[in-house]
Each structure stands twice: as C-alpha cells, then as structure tokens.
Design a protein around this ligand. Structure first.
Ligand SMILES: [Zn+2]
Length: 264
C-alpha cells in the first residue's frame, strides 16, 4: 500500500499532528452503504481510535445494489458486503458495526429512519457524529450525492437535533430505557464547502486506503483497485496542505451546542 502513496513527498519521521479541536470519547459513524465510512472518514477514524476514542459504525442499507453486476443475487451480495464492512472497520480499530438493513437505493428521510438513528445515538451516546453531507453538490463528482447519502445525512441531522436530545421526541425510546442524549458535534464531508481539516499521519492515510480495498466486491471489475482509488490519496494529500500535515480529510464541522451563537 505504501507504494501507492510514494508519489507524495512526506517526511515519514514527521509525526507532530496539529491537535483535534477537543477530545471525543465516543464517536458514531452513520453511513448509507458499506464502504462509505472508509471513503469519507477512514483516516479520521484511524486517528480518533489511536487517540483513545471509542468509534462505532451504523450502516443504514444492505449495500445490495453495489458493484453494478445484474447477475449477482442481492442477498448474497448484501451478506458479502456486511462481512467486508466488518473487516474494514476492524482494520481501523472500530469497536462495533451495526446494520439497519434498509434496501440499498431506496432510503428516504422519514420518521422511521429518524427514530432508528435516535435510538442508536441514545444507546451509544456519542460526543461526535460523522455522517453524510445532506446537500447535493453540483460541483463534486455525482457519486458523492447518492440519494441514499442525502437521505441518511438529513435523517442523521434530524436525529441529532432535535430527536435524540428531546425526551418528548419518540417517547417509546424512553420505554426502551434510552434516555435523551445531546451530541456535541457533527462532521460531514465538506465537498465545495469544506472548512475544517483533520490532519493525518501517513499511517492513518494508509490505513484508510487499506480499509477501502477490503471492500473487494466493489473492485471485481477493476484491473487495478489501488490505482482506481488513487484519487483518494491525491485528495488527502491536497487537503493536507490546508491542515499543516502530509495528509488530511476535509469536512464541514457542525457545532450542536444550542447555547453557542451562530458561527462567524
Ligand atoms: Zn454510498
């Protein structure tokens, strides 16, 4: 894997990363498809885990539309992708992976999804939620704005505020023993609105690329999976210039504390 990153000139002995804005004890990653978490957040997950955060994944769909081969049985593919997701998460040190099992390609933001995400937030009580950008980008490649991503991103935002923190929202969750919980921050891929960078060491960047390649079912038609994801390393390297580091991931950082005023 290191060979795929050798074009970037990085001092491998350099290891003083700019600090994260605060400590995050618990982190919940809410994604639409198996592999989304690695593409969007893999380096940051590796860094957070290394720093002592407990990171958990919630994957909303079964991934059964991935790979674009009409001959593959959807249930078989879903099972295979779940196993790949578990392996990729384990590679990054993620504590647990859960699946909602929604049908790939058919996710809609609604009260059912908001309830399920609120349940997960109340159960895991994260300081930080990582999820999809809920706004369609007309500038970035269209895959970033998959309709499942937009729906999950918006539902996750709604679950963070107001649902998970308001005891009057989904009162049945109280009956399940799940007390309200207020999340401190959300990070979403920033696309053209990126305003926050998480600096990464080379080991974090490499772990991300390795984790992506564990989703083997998504690269079966590729003559060179490592080359196919070269753009991921290029983007991390480019973002690193904004982060005073060799590598970085870029986000919009949403502060949830309602006592804080609007951002300047
Ligand atoms: Zn996706």
């Amino acid at each position: 894997m290191a060979s795929s990153m050798s074009s970037a000139s990085v001092d491998e002995s350099w290891d003083e990363l700019p600090p994260l804005p605060r400590d995050f004890r618990r982190v919940l990653v809410i994604s639409a498809h198996p592999d989304d978490a690695e593409f969007a957040f893999g380096g940051s997950v590796a860094r957070l885990v290394e720093g002592g955060s407990e990171v958990r994944y919630l994957v909303c769909t079964d991934g059964s539309l991935g790979g674009e081969d009409p001959g593959v049985d959807p249930a078989d593919l879903g099972e295979r992708r779940a196993a790949e997701q578990r392996a990729a998460a384990a590679h990054l040190g993620v504590a647990s992976v859960a699946f909602l099992g929604l049908t790939d390609g058919a996710v809609e933001n609604g009260l059912g999804l908001r309830r399920a995400l609120s349940r997960a937030i109340r159960r895991h009580r994260p300081d930080l939620v990582l999820t999809h950008q809920p706004l369609r980008s007309l500038v970035f490649p269209i895959g970033a704005s998959h309709p499942d991503h937009l729906a999950v991103g918006e539902a996750a935002m709604c679950a963070v505020f107001p649902d998970a923190g308001n005891p009057r929202a989904f009162p049945e969750l109280l009956d399940e023993g799940l007390a309200p919980h207020k999340v401190s921050e959300i990070w979403v891929p920033g696309h053209e609105h990126t305003n926050f960078y998480v600096a990464l060491a080379q080991r974090h960047a490499e772990a991300k690329l390795e984790a992506i390649l564990l989703h083997e079912s998504q690269f079966e038609r590729s003559p060179s999976p490592a080359k196919e994801i070269g753009w991921v390393a290029d983007r991390m390297s480019k973002y690193g210039r904004h982060a005073d580091a060799g590598w970085a991931e870029g986000f919009v950082r949403v502060i949830c504390a309602t006592s804080a005023g609007p951002a300047d």
